[in-house]
Design a protein around this ligand. Structure first.
Ligand SMILES: NC(=O)c1ccc[n+]([C@@H]2O[C@H](COP(=O)([O-])OP(=O)(O)OC[C@H]3O[C@@H](n4cnc5c(N)ncnc54)[C@H](O)[C@@H]3O)[C@@H](O)[C@H]2O)c1
Length: 433
């Protein structure tokens, strides 16, 4: 149970996705700077989703008018061009509904040959991170940078950031690179006909990932250690998944897993490395066993399993590997030299494997959760827990489903343009920001 602390504001209840829910809960304001080419594609996507579109921001106080503001900033090539961003977003931002969205579409600065264009595009980064901090009532602000040639790959990402599925993501920059997205015939079940595997799925975030992938139409295989067999079976029964007991650190685990998946399914589409452990101690008091066990579960097993998945063609073309990292792996955390090393190592692995995966039309990405309400965080001392919950722009902890929704989006056939990235699900935590 959460306590109401006198003098501390209660956090806003975030709009989260529920099946059947419309993409947005009100009109979307769409604008852009001259030279941008994404306005029409954005309006087409909104049209397909049944959203109504407005095109002129009102200076009149009209609270709760817009469910989202989308601004195409890809045409901005100098700092004077940034004025259009200000002119469009400033009057409308206060008229966002609760859990509203500010989404800016930009060009990756490194793709801009002119320094003044690169500077203006990089300015969007600071703009969006600050807007995220100013957003109120559960609203979020995110920047999607679209590389040349990736314009056709925006739909699944735009839908994700507009919807309640991205409730706990703010202040982030997402990169889309050129890729051919596979079609998504049913946006309510974007993972239909996909086979997905989730490690560490007997409880917590892994169980939520299994449930969400299954809800989105995937056939799910849930993995956990034999000691968690009963809990794993319960998760499998409740979400219609298949349970497979395995210790992912066992010497023969990659080979056993590859053989099982190939024999039973031919190949799989989505592999989620979620299993993880903590063994916290300050560095000076850290026994070698606690160091090694955390690196073995959180990082070594992922490396070895990925090698087997690729060597033995266990992933189909269009395959997606999603690895759960942590904001501790970005910001570091007292008492977690082992855990943070393992979670940072995941990011290194993802970045190195992304080009390899791209050659086979596959992707690999990391998801870095911040403070998520689970058994792990429930066990923290009261003050540490309350601080963890509050030091982010949404002023609350995330839920396992917030991580799960992000995994499901990255697992979609349409999310082909997101590769080698780290998506933070942390409510824009100030840690490592
Ligand atoms: N809870 C948070 O706030 C938070 C924040 C950042 C990152 N994460 C990461 O999210 C993931 C899930 O976290 P959680 O809070 O749900 O943890 P959890 O401890 O509730 O669940 C982890 C699961 O992994 C399984 N597991 C552990 N070792 C295994 C092994 N060798 N083989 C197979 N399964 C194994 C466990 O049995 C357990 O069911 C972890 O990688 C964790 O590091 C969690």
């Amino acid at each position: 149970m959460k306590l109401k602390i006198p003098g501390v504001p209660s956090p806003t209840r975030l709009r989260r996705y529920a099946p059947g829910q419309p993409l947005v809960d009100g009109p979307v304001l769409v604008g852009g700077a001259p030279g941008g080419k994404l306005r029409d594609p954005i309006c087409e996507i909104l049209g397909r989703a049944g959203a109504s579109v407005g095109e002129s921001p009102s200076a009149v106080a009209e609270p709760s008018r817009w469910s989202a503001i989308i601004f195409d900033a890809t045409g901005i090539t100098d700092i004077a061009g940034l004025l259009a961003l200000h002119a469009f977003t400033a009057p409308a931002f206060r008229n966002l509904r609760p859990s509203g969205r500010l989404i800016v579409l930009g060009t990756p600065p490194e793709d801009c040959p002119q320094p003044k264009a690169a500077a203006a595009q990089r300015a969007l980064d600071g703009f969006i991170r600050s807007a995220g901090k100013e957003a109120r009532l559960g609203s979020t602000a995110n920047l999607i940078d679209i590389a040349g040639g990736a314009e056709d790959a925006i739909e699944s990402t735009l839908r994700f950031f507009l919807s309640g599925r991205s409730a706990y993501i703010s202040g982030q920059v997402i990169r889309l690179t050129p890729a051919t997205p596979m079609p998504t015939p049913d946006w309510d079940h974007p993972l239909r006909d996909r086979v997905a595997v989730v490690t560490g799925a007997a409880r917590g975030i892994g169980a939520a990932i299994a449930e969400t992938l299954s809800r989105d139409g995937a056939q799910v295989i849930v993995l956990d250690v034999p000691a968690q067999g009963a809990a794993l079976a319960e998760v499998a029964n409740s979400v219609g998944a298949i349970a497979f007991q395995i210790d992912i650190t066992a010497e023969d685990a990659p080979a056993r897993l590859a053989t099982y998946l190939k024999d039973r399914y031919g190949a799989v589409d989505v592999f989620v490395h979620n299993a993880g452990i903590t063994r916290d101690r300050s560095l000076v008091n850290m026994p070698a066993e606690q160091w090694s066990s955390v690196l073995a579960v959180n990082l070594g097993a992922q490396l070895r399993i990925n090698e087997a998945l690729l060597d033995q063609n266990v992933l189909r073309p269009g395959g997606r590997v999603i690895c759960i990292s942590s904001t501790s792996g970005i910001a570091g955390n007292r008492g977690q030299t082992n855990y943070a090393a393992s979670k940072a190592g995941i990011i290194g692995m993802v970045q190195a494997l992304a080009p390899v995966m791209a050659k086979g039309d596959m992707t690999i990405n990391a998801v870095a959760p911040g403070f998520i309400e689970t058994a792990m965080t429930k066990a923290m001392p009261f003050a540490t827990r309350e601080i963890g919950r509050r030091i982010n722009s949404l002023n609350q902890g995330g839920l396992p489903v917030d991580v799960a929704e992000t995994v499901a989006w990255l697992g979609q056939p349409g999310t082909a343009g997101v590769n080698g990235q780290v998506i933070r699900v942390c409510g824009q935590s100030i840690l490592g920001a």
